[in-house]
Design a protein around this ligand. Structure first.
Ligand code: ZN
Length: 182
């Protein structure tokens, strides 16, 4: 079982949060086949994944690299590196979307992506990254805990931690010992 410290943010942030610091060390939770498979399972309601999840490894990593570069630049008010925006466009162009119309007592519209399984996942992730970086990226915060790099979009302006359980409590305990030492 791979534990993902923070999921349920925007898909692009969940993707970036697969590289947390654990015990002060940067780790890649998608590095193993189990990690990748379990992350795709966690995201299954908003990301399609083939039975053999290894076929999407390359595009997942490519999308994550592009997302990391774009978000890092934009959070500092800088222009993303030149290859980033074309890269995200390219990933989506590989698996374009069309509407499939059918009749079931009324017109039914289904959004269908062409392309291979890997191309579809790459396009889905690139679209999610585009939604973030063309939208609310300026509001993305990094957890305030010293050795935590997890990113989130606070629904509440006072949110300071990735999660209360993971970092909020730790900070409270640290403050407690700070006050009571000596
Ligand atoms: Zn945290």
């Amino acid at each position: 079982m791979v534990e993902f410290p923070l999921t349920g943010e925007q898909l692009a942030l969940d993707l970036l949060n697969t590289r947390p610091h654990l015990g002060g060390e940067p780790v890649d939770l998608l590095a193993t086949p189990e990690g990748l498979r379990e992350w795709l399972a966690v995201q299954s309601d908003r990301l399609s994944a083939p039975p053999d999840t290894e076929v999407v490894r390359e595009v997942v990593f490519a999308a994550r690299e592009l997302a990391a570069a774009a978000v890092a630049a934009l959070r500092q008010g800088q222009v993303p590196p030149t290859e980033v925006l074309p890269g995200l466009t390219e990933l989506q162009r590989a698996a374009p979307v069309h509407q499939e119309l059918s009749w079931d007592g009324g017109v039914v519209v289904r959004r269908v992506r062409s392309g291979s399984a890997a191309q579809r996942v790459g396009a889905e992730l690139a679209e999610a990254v585009a939604e973030l970086i063309a939208g609310p990226v300026a509001g993305v915060r990094e957890c305030e805990s010293e050795d935590c790099v997890l990113l989130f979009l606070p629904a509440h302006p006072r949110r300071r931690w990735c999660s209360a359980q993971r970092c909020g409590n730790r900070a409270r305990v640290a403050r407690y010992y700070q006050r009571h030492k000596g």
